[in-house]
Design a protein around this ligand. Structure first.
Ligand code: DX5
Ligand code: ZN
Length: 217
């Protein structure tokens, strides 16, 4: 069956200390790192791109890196992100004309394929693409900022995916923490992104463990 994995989002960490912040999360039990890439166009915020990811990879050799591409043209960053050492390239389907073609390019570049949907996008829109994806990301906030409130009304999407694709890796992102993890686990999510709830915790290891235990049970 699908494995529970906790992937902290470093968006609300001290970005001037990214390597140390990331290493701390990994030492505290993170299964992977969720790196939020924003271009100021697809979302009204700006973060970092492949040069930053590559620098991080030079300091953190073995961790699994996911980039969450909140960008208008995900095709443009496939090669640079593969070169930067990204393992899973998760892009939003909304701005993409040919999801199959972009997915194939991601795979040919050596990365795994993640498909993401915003809260306003129907999960059934993904039906024709799920077979080519390694991960489906159901956003539980409007993408753009950390620290927003979890949207419980996205859980039917997760449940629909789990009912139809028992072995799919299903990821949730936005407002997820110890208070909202039960809902996600019950619906069938197994890859859990958590930003402020983990990064801001006084005991990161405890929060990560607590969430993993809920998903596992
Ligand atoms: C939102 C990002 C999320 C977010 C998670 O656009 O994709 O990864 O930063 O942070 P929290 O858990 O604080 O919502
Ligand atoms: Zn994200």
């Amino acid at each position: 069956s699908v494995q529970p994995k906790i992937g902290p989002s470093i968006l609300n960490a001290d970005l001037s200390n990214l390597a140390a912040e990331s290493q701390k999360l990994l030492d505290n039990g993170a299964d992977y790192l969720h790196l939020d890439v924003m271009d100021g166009t697809f979302v009204p915020n700006l973060t970092f791109g492949h040069p930053m990811v590559k620098s991080l990879r030079n300091k953190i050799k073995t961790a699994f890196f996911e980039t969450h591409m909140m960008v208008q043209n995900p095709e443009q960053w496939i090669e640079p992100m593969a070169d930067a050492g990204v393992n899973l390239y998760t892009f939003h389907v909304e701005p993409v004309q040919d999801v199959v073609r972009v997915s194939r390019q991601v795979r040919e570049s050596g990365m795994k394929v993640g498909l993401a949907i915003k809260p306003g996008t129907e999960v059934q829109d993904l039906e024709k693409y799920v077979s080519i994806a390694d991960v489906v990301l159901v956003m539980t906030v409007e993408p753009g900022f950390g620290g927003q409130s979890f949207m419980a009304d996205m859980m039917p999407k997760v449940k629909w995916l789990r009912d139809n694709y028992p072995s799919l890796d299903i990821e949730v992102d936005g407002g997820v923490g110890p208070k909202t993890i039960h809902c996600c686990a019950e619906a069938g999510a197994n890859m859990i992104v958590s930003g402020t709830a983990v990064v801001g915790a006084s005991d990161q290891a405890q929060v990560i463990k607590e969430m993993r235990d809920v998903v596992r049970s």
